[in-house]
Design a protein. Structure first.
Length: 424
């Protein structure tokens, strides 16, 4: 374990069972690398923290960067939080307590409080000497890794930034104010972490300053934390589309069962609704058994087509690529795609039904139903997440349930309705 990179050591701990993991943590108790704790999945991290005990956790957290320390602390229960905070040195404790006052999933929770700041009147040489002296003296007020030096005014408001590459390539007598970037993006502490990730992606940032309500510099967010946010948000969206949680792999069996039960119950309700629609045409199905054979095809194709559209729409909303300004164009495109695919698959399944059951009329009926359902799937796959987003509900959470209901109900109703009108 000592020879492994912290991320690899974290992967190893995640693969172990609870008993084996506890045994490994017990062996490493006094030499536990703080970086390992920050790399662990939340559920596994909780177990490791429990195995380490309050005093050891406090010692580990004291050796972490402020942003990583806060990430661990915020996942603890209130009693555990207080016990750990009491055991942490006063300087680190103040920074962490301040971080806990910011909203969850905000820039304030994400930022690193250790930043490199210099006044406007300093030269490049003075800045480099300051950084070297801080390293020689073992000053832990500065971050272990950083990418930008922030230039501040007397009120500690950022007025510019300077990349390390620009700093090192400039002659010593030059004033930092002459070469600093004044167009930097300032992030308020309350900015949501998804918005932070969007800003980094849009502007190709490596780090960005975080300011309080008074515009004073309170920290900085670096690209390594943003990568974690992007990974977390993507994983969350994918899991929610399936009605599961990110930590299901490591959760206890009963906890996972409870978390999935709710969505399965909702799915049961929508399935009953689709069955009620089928029940309206029970007499039609009794007279022509072929309808029962072909029904799943219509619903399945509509559901799959809708899921494709839904996935694109949910991702576009998360990336701010789908807005009110271009919603009409996107909906129109998906309707056209649905219509074209509907016609193509209508011809294909119509021919199959004709050959299979020897009825050209049945082929026409299922073909028409296929076109209608794939059109509806394209429309619903775009409009459902848009409407949920508009009313403040995460589209990744509830869209798939509504979409399945729409495609099943419409598919069965149109197919059986046309069969009743045309075939009987």
């Amino acid at each position: 374990m000592a020879e492994l990179h912290p991320a690899d050591a974290a992967d190893l701990l995640e693969r172990l069972g609870p008993d084996e993991r506890a045994h490994v943590v017990e062996i490493l108790r006094d030499d536990f690398d703080p970086e390992i704790l920050s790399e662990l999945d939340e559920t596994v991290r909780d177990h490791v923290v429990e195995c380490l005990g309050v005093e050891n956790v406090a010692a580990v957290i004291a050796g972490m960067e402020s942003d990583d320390a806060l990430e661990v602390i915020e996942e603890l229960d209130e009693d555990e939080q207080q016990q750990v905070l009491d055991a942490i040195p006063p300087g680190d404790r103040t920074l962490i307590k301040e971080g806990l006052t910011y909203p969850e999933d905000s820039a304030g929770r994400l930022m690193q409080r250790e930043v490199v700041t210099v006044p406007e009147f300093w030269t490049v040489g003075e800045t480099i000497d300051f950084l070297r002296q801080s390293a020689d003296s073992g000053d832990d007020e500065l971050p272990a890794r950083f990418y930008d030096v922030f230039i501040v005014d007397p009120a500690h408001r950022p007025v510019g930034s300077l990349t390390l590459s620009r700093l090192l390539r400039t002659r010593r007598p030059v004033a930092v104010a002459d070469i600093m970037d004044t167009e930097m993006k300032l992030l308020p502490v309350a900015t949501d972490q998804e918005e932070v990730a969007y800003v980094f992606r849009q502007r190709d940032l490596v780090s960005a300053p975080v300011v309080d309500d008074g515009g004073r510099l309170v920290g900085a967010i670096t690209i390594d934390d943003v990568v974690d946010v992007i990974d977390e948000e993507h994983e969350e969206d994918i899991m929610r589309l399936g009605g599961v949680k990110e930590d299901d792999l490591y959760e206890a069996t009963m906890d996972t069962t409870r978390s999935r039960f709710g969505w399965l119950l909702i799915n049961l309700g929508t399935a009953i609704l689709a069955s009620i629609v089928i029940g309206l045409f029970d007499a039609t199905i009794e007279q022509m058994v072929a309808l029962a054979v072909l029904m799943p095809i219509v619903a399945s194709m509509g559901g799959n087509a809708g899921t494709q559209t839904l996935t694109v729409a949910v991702r576009a909303l998360a990336m701010k690529e789908l807005t009110a300004a271009n919603a009409g164009r996107v909906i129109g495109k998906e309707l056209l795609v649905g219509a074209l695919n509907g016609v193509l698959f209508a011809a294909l399944i119509g021919a199959v039904a004709w050959i299979w059951f020897g009825s050209g009329t049945l082929g026409v009926v299922i073909g028409l139903a296929m076109i209608v359902n794939m059109l509806v799937a394209g429309l619903a796959g775009t409009t459902i997440p848009l409407m949920l987003y508009r009313i403040g509900v995460d589209p990744a959470v509830a869209s798939s349930v509504f979409l399945t209901t729409v495609t099943d109900v419409v598919g069965f109703f149109v197919f059986l309705g046309l069969a009743a009108l045309i075939l009987l």
